[in-house]
Design a protein around this ligand. Structure first.
Ligand SMILES: NC(=O)c1ccc[n+]([C@@H]2O[C@H](COP(=O)([O-])OP(=O)(O)OC[C@H]3O[C@@H](n4cnc5c(N)ncnc54)[C@H](OP(=O)(O)O)[C@@H]3O)[C@@H](O)[C@H]2O)c1
Length: 243
C-alpha cells in the first residue's frame, strides 16, 4: 500500500501560491497557520516527509546554484543510494529532480525550526557525475523511471526504503497537479488568505504542464472549513480528492 498523501498549500483567493500577494500583511499570519498545521510543535498533520518540485526547491533552498560535477568521477554502483540519516533531521525532504539539476550544498537544511534531510528523486536521465556528487555529500537518491518520472514507484520507494506512512505534497502547482491527476493524492488542505493579484502569470495551486499532465478536471469533496485567524481573515479548508 502506498503512503497517505495530503497536499498542503497556502493560497490567495485567486489560487495563487506566490507573487506580489506575498508582500501583503495577511501573508505572514497565513504562513504561520500553514507552518503550524504541518510542521509546528503540535502539528495537526504528522508526516515523515514532504515532496517538492524542482522549481520550488531552486526558488527556496538551492537558489539556482549549479552542482559542482566531476565528469571523470568513477562509475557509481547501479540503483538507489540510501545514506544514514543525520541525527538532527526532523523530516525527509523528497526533492523531485528528474534530470539531476539541483546544486545542494549539504544533506540537511533548515526550514524555520524544522531540519529537512534531502532525498533526491531522479530518473535514469541523471548523469553518473550528478549521482557521484550526491554520494560525496552523503545525500540519498532513488531512481524512479527511465526518462519519465514514475510517481507510483517514488511513493513505493519512500515506503519501502524510508518507512514513510504519510507524505505531504508540498508544491508547486506543477508537481501538485501531476500527482493529483494520477490519483496519487488523498486529501487537499488549503490555508486561504484574503488577498488576490489577478495576474495571469503568477503560479497557481494546480498547473498542467505538457508531458506531465493535462487539463482533465478532478473533483473534490469538502470535509471541513475553519476560521483559523479571524482578525487576519485566514481560513483553513479541507477536501478529499475524488479518486
Ligand atoms: N504557497 C505555497 O504553499 C507554495 C508551496 C510550494 C511552492 N510554492 C511556489 O511555487 C513556485 C513553483 O511552482 P511550479 O509549479 O512552477 O514548479 P514545481 O512544481 O515546484 O516544479 C516543477 C518542476 O519539478 C519537476 N516535476 C514536477 N512534477 C514532475 C513530474 N510529475 N514528473 C517529472 N518532473 C516533475 C520538473 O522539473 P524539471 O524542470 O527539472 O524537469 C518540473 O519542471 C515556486 O516559486 C514556489 O516558491 C508555493
Amino acid at each position: 500500500m502506498r503512503p497517505y498523501i495530503f497536499c498542503h498549500m497556502s493560497i490567495t483567493l485567486d489560487g495563487k501560491i506566490i507573487g506580489p500577494s506575498s508582500q501583503a500583511p495577511e501573508s505572514k499570519p497565513a504562513g504561520k497557520v500553514f507552518y503550524d498545521l504541518a510542521f509546528g510543535k503540535n502539528a495537526f498533520y504528522q508526516h515523515e516527509g514532504w515532496l517538492s518540485g524542482r522549481t520550488t526547491t531552486d526558488d527556496n533552498f538551492t537558489h539556482y546554484q549549479k552542482p559542482v560535477l566531476d565528469e571523470d568521477a568513477p562509475q557509481v554502483p547501479d540503483g538507489d543510494f540510501v545514506a544514514e540519516a543525520s541525527p538532527t533531521m526532523d523530516k525527509y525532504y523528497i526533492s523531485i529532480d528528474p534530470s539531476g539539476k539541483l546544486g545542494w550544498q549539504s544533506k540537511t537544511f533548515n526550514y524555520q525550526d524544522t531540519t529537512g534531510e534531502v532525498i533526491e528523486v531522479l530518473t535514469e536521465k541523471a548523469s553518473n557525475a550528478y549521482k557521484a556528487f550526491l554520494r560525496k555529500l552523503n545525500i540519498s537518491y532513488v531512481i524512479a523511471g527511465k526518462d519519465k518520472l514514475d510517481s507510483e514507484l517514488v511513493l513505493k520507494k519512500m515506503a519501502d526504503l524510508f518507512q514513510m506512512k504519510t507524505i505531504m505534497l508540498g508544491g508547486g502547482g506543477v508537481l501538485n497537479w501531476s500527482f493529483i491527476q494520477q490519483g496519487l493524492c488523498d486529501e487537499l488542505s488549503l490555508v486561504m488568505k484574503p488577498v488576490a493579484d489577478g495576474s495571469p502569470d503568477t503560479p497557481s495551486l494546480f498547473q498542467s504542464k505538457e508531458g506531465l499532465s493535462d487539463n482533465t478536471p478532478v473533483s473534490f469533496t469538502l470535509t471541513d472549513i475553519q476560521v483559523k485567524d479571524k482578525e487576519n481573515g485566514i481560513a483553513w479548508l479541507r477536501y478529499l480528492v475524488n479518486n
